[in-house]
Design a protein around this ligand. Sequence first.
Ligand code: SF4
Length: 188
Amino acid sequence: MINVPDSSNTATLGYVSENNKLGNDSKFEMGLIRSHYIGRTFIQPAQDARELKVRAKFNTVKSVLKGKKVVIVDDSIVRGTTAKQLVKLVRNAGAKEIHIRVTAPPIRHPCHYGMDFPSQDELIANRCGGDIENIRRDLGVDSIGYLSLDKLLASVPHNNGANYCTACFSGEYPTPIDGGGSKDEHEM
Ligand code: SF4
C-alpha cells in the first residue's frame, strides 16, 4: 500500500494497520516520492499545466511498484487530474494492479468557504454521475473505494457538540449560499 505524500501518510498507516487486523499481510511502502520544491497542483489554472506539474512533482520507486498489486491511499479526489496522473506513473513503473482507497466521500459540490474547488462540471464524481464504477473506469484502476460520510464523521472528535461542514460531499451548506449550491451561478 502506498501513500500520496504527504497528504495521506497517516491514513495509509491506519489503513495498513486495520487491513492487517483482518489477517492480511499488507505493507506500507513509499512508492511515490514528492519533490518539495514544486507547488500545489491545486492552484494551477490550466488543466495541462496541472498535469505537467503532477508529473514534475512525483517520482516513482520502481523497485516498490514493479509487478505488484498496488493500493494507493489518497485523502480526496477533486477533479481527478492528479489521481489520473498518479495512476499513469504507477502503471508505467510496472504495477500489475492498481486500486485506490479514498479517505473521504466523493466530492460533488463546490466549496464556498475558501478551498479552490472547481465548478460542479469539473468534479470527477459529478462528471461520472456519482457512479463509483464510472469513476473507476475514468481513472483506469482495478478498483476504487471511498469512505462513507457517516464513517468520516465517526472518525473525528465531536467534543462540546463540535459540528463539521460536509457541504462538498452532501450539498448541505451550513450557511445560505447566494445563487444556490453552484459555484458557477455564484461567480457569474
Ligand atoms: S467540507 Fe466544507 S469547508 Fe471543507 S472543503 Fe468541503 S465545502 Fe469547503
